[in-house]
Design a protein around this ligand. Structure first.
Ligand SMILES: N[C@H](CCC[C@H](N)C(=O)O)C(=O)O
Length: 310
């Protein structure tokens, strides 16, 4: 059995995108991790799955898996690629697409120049909404002091459907992204782990950002990370509210806009790289793993079930 896929990226945050509307695939954590392996598989930061909607008021279901095989609630750069993918595969002829994700519904709007604007929903900042559950909460205004391997770190927390920690730094180029990012990503204070953003405020309309992503490591760009960072900056008065803020990442810039009480809007590009096919049986056999083909249309959900809140 061969499965068609498309390789895409959003500012260098790279994805494998699979249409499970017209194809069937039995997704397991092992198969996802194998597909994400840049030597044994295709290689990606995240795997994006397009599924039929489970409710009449949306166009598709959008599922996201990190390269470590973990299924997560949201992926901003991926959402832009999702919109361009479903149009290219003629799964939708709409310019405004509503998709359900594990963290709720988002709306994707494409223009004639290849850019995509996404309503990413409203940010949440309360610890239990992240979730952020340190043994003792040391709060200074909206920031928290967290002991990271003996070093006190000041961070902000935000949920964009997925959990984010945001650290304000003087210079992203000298920030200890790998060391601190790794330690905070799996810190016990974040029971679902966390994406860790390092934000340098250039001026009230421009930030530089690096993100150590949950389940991946540092990526070239992170859409939800940019949304979490800008929302934090607006809330702290470092950034202007209600206007496009330039979020400059290694892979390029996104336009992020937010003001209290409204969703975060993210606008940016989505890029096609190549199309291909793969054999799940061949891939798993090559890695010494057994592949069980999908039995029924329900079978292509991941073994662990899905984190959908019906
Ligand atoms: N790269 C993605 C974020 C993926 C988030 C994932 N790493 C998680 O575990 O939440 C983005 O553009 O928003």
């Amino acid at each position: 059995m061969l499965i068609e896929f498309t390789k895409m990226h959003g500012l260098g945050n790279d994805f494998m995108v699979i249409d499970l509307v017209t194809q069937r695939l039995h997704l397991t954590k092992e198969l996802v991790a194998l597909l994400g392996d840049r030597h044994l598989g295709i290689g990606f930061d995240q795997l994006l799955i397009v599924e039929p909607p489970s409710r009449p008021d949306v166009d598709f279901r959008y599922r996201i898996f990190n390269k470590d095989g973990s299924e997560v609630q949201q992926c901003g750069n991926g959402a832009r690629c999702f919109a361009r993918f479903v149009q290219a595969r003629k799964l939708s002829f709409k310019q405004r697409i509503r998709v359900e994700t594990a963290s709720g519904i988002i709306t994707l709007s494409t223009d004639d120049y290849g850019w995509v604007k996404v309503d990413m929903g409203k940010p949440k900042f309360e610890p239990d909404e992240i979730p952020f559950t340190p043994k003792t909460i040391t709060k200074v205004q909206n920031s928290y002091r967290l002991n990271v391997d003996g070093t006190p770190v000041t961070l902000y927390v935000a949920n964009m459907g997925n959990p984010h920690a945001v650290i304000k730094v003087d210079d992203v180029l000298t920030a200890e992204v790998e060391k601190l990012g790794k330690a905070i990503e799996s810190h016990p204070a974040f029971p679902e782990r966390v994406n860790v953003g390092f934000m340098q405020v250039m001026n009230n309309r421009h930030i530089r950002l690096r993100v150590y992503e949950r389940g991946v490591g540092e990526t070239q760009a992170c859409g939800t990370g940019a949304c979490a960072a800008v929302a934090t900056g607006v809330r702290e008065g470092w950034l202007d509210e209600g206007v496009d803020i330039r979020a400059q990442l290694y892979g390029g810039s996104l336009a992020i806009r937010w003001q209290e009480g409204y969703p975060v809007y993210m606008t940016g590009p989505a890029t096609f790289v190549y199309e291909g096919v793969f054999s799940p049986e061949g891939l798993m056999a090559g890695a010494g793993l057994k592949f069980a083909p999908a039995q029924s249309s329900e079978e292509h959900r991941s073994d662990e079930g899905h984190p959908y809140h019906e």
